[in-house]
Ligand binder design. Sequence first.
Ligand code: UTP
Length: 619
Amino acid sequence: MTTTGPIPATNPRLAAFAAHIDAKILTPEDARLADALIADGQEHLFADWDAPGVRDEEKIRLLNTLRTANGSYPGGLAAYIANARTLLAGAVAEGNPFAGYSPEQPAMVDLSGFGPEYDGAEAAGLAAFADTAVVLVAGGLGERLGYHGIKLDIPVEATTGTTYLAHYAGVIHAASRRLGKVIPLIIMTSRDTHEGTMATLTRHNHFGLAPDQIIVLRQELVPALADIQGRLALDKPYGLLMKPHGHGDIHMLLHTSGTAARLAAAGTRYLLFIQDTNGQVFNAAFAALGVSEREGYDFNSIAVNRIPGEAVGGIARLVKPGHPDLTLNVEYNLLDPLLRDTVSPEGDVPNARGFSRFPGNINLLVVRLTPYLRVLEASGGIVAEFVNPKFSDDTRTRFKKPARLETLMQDLPKFFDHGEKVGVTVFDRAWCFSACKNNLADAALKHAENGPPESASSAENDFYLAGRTRLRAGGMEVADAPTAEIRGVPFTSGPRVILRPTFALTLADVRERVKNGLISGASTLVLDGDVWLEDIVIEDGGTLWIEAVPGARVTVRGLHIRSGNGFDLVKLSDGEMQSPDVPEYLRIRGYRIEDRGANKIRITQPGKWNIGADGILTR
Ligand code: UTP
């Protein structure tokens, strides 16, 4: 930030402020920052201050906030304000960001069904996972869900209570052991989630990962903008209004912290970007990595089939004569008009399967590290910032409320214009993405409108579904329990299948370990460790729960489990839904899963173990 000399003593509105410097209430560093801001059109932050001694704490807090914002943005507040002015001028001019571009179907591999291509991709991807770092963006507040803790602490499923973070760490732990490589986990936190995330990591001993395997990067808020001149907004005297900058901050933090460069130096080849509450991600991630390897994709979006008009961004290859092609997420409200203006007067039309040619973005990204480093260098980590002011009238000069610069992690390929390969891998939706984003009432409304509910309950439902899908792919017969609505959100009460990463990471693992057998109805199957099943029958209401420590190998043959003391799904009453005595993670689902004394087989000693038709464990 350039300074222009001492605060103009001649400006009477700044006289009280200047007196704080003379009285040494403000440090020289703060004075320099204020000086530069005043020279940069931000006089209003310091004008008409109360005399020294009045509200000094608030003034110091204001300076602290400004100092943090200055330190956390590449180039400081001067750069932020300059970027804001450029982007606001563009917003006033109402430029169409896609003017002159025609949308075409992106380079795409369809893995929405299983088969040899899927298996090949999964095998190649599991090997490539050894050279991958997982980047978990977990700074979001989760306003739509309204959960009071951090989202990473919410159980993915209520049978074992495994949380999202425990689940992700479990996959990384199991894969690290299997591949003989320490796979790093980078977590982005924010002011809202940092403390909670650190406390969880400590409380759970880093979920079995080495402490230095986890890198936590904290995003900061950015100042809000009051007007098109880029003046920073105050929400009260001495109160600088701060807002989230968006999940694109992860690119900035990976750059400014030196993490991306350090990972590359240590041999990491890919970054896998994942979200805080998607328990399905590792169903698809290995196959997507395999596609990146095979196709040479530098940027690969894990995506889903999308129905035209659906409120999910569509990924399109944007073509403009004389310009490099760009494969980007286009928000659904922009995609249809863009199509009508260019290649398709009838808008986004479905293909023979009823899907748009433009697959839906779910923000799960596989990025090759070498071109990523180039982009970070070139952009200083500020990736495709934008501003979205809501103007109060047609003159487009005043805002309805303060705006701010934003950045989205999926916009990275705007910089992939040096011949890099950008593509998409499409998976079945419930297999790769089922997030816990909405409170139960909103989820029920979304379901009523034929949209995905994305509640804790629908996420849990899909987690069990993925377990059943894996068993089916492995050759076991699976008969589902009926589906019924719980508080307006559909839930299939079983079989509730939980296959831990210690049991299987890929479909091939399940195929190898499960031979024949039948599971049906509202039954429960939990497999944790090196477990092999042959000709097992689990009836409606039955439970098979096996946990084996590393080094123990358990073979179960011919076991037939009948309905008995197991797990029951119990809906919460209206009173329980309101009761603080009922854990919040259950109230966001509308049910509990009660253990009525299920038999849990826990093998704590290494060695070869057998369970026969009589159910007795022998060595
Ligand atoms: P979501 O779309 O789920 O948004 O973010 P959110 O902010 O968490 O929830 P709402 O909108 O307030 O209900 C997608 C992913 O991006 C992360 C979230 O933690 C989630 O994993 N995120 C979002 C950040 O890390 N930082 C942000 O500033 C915003």
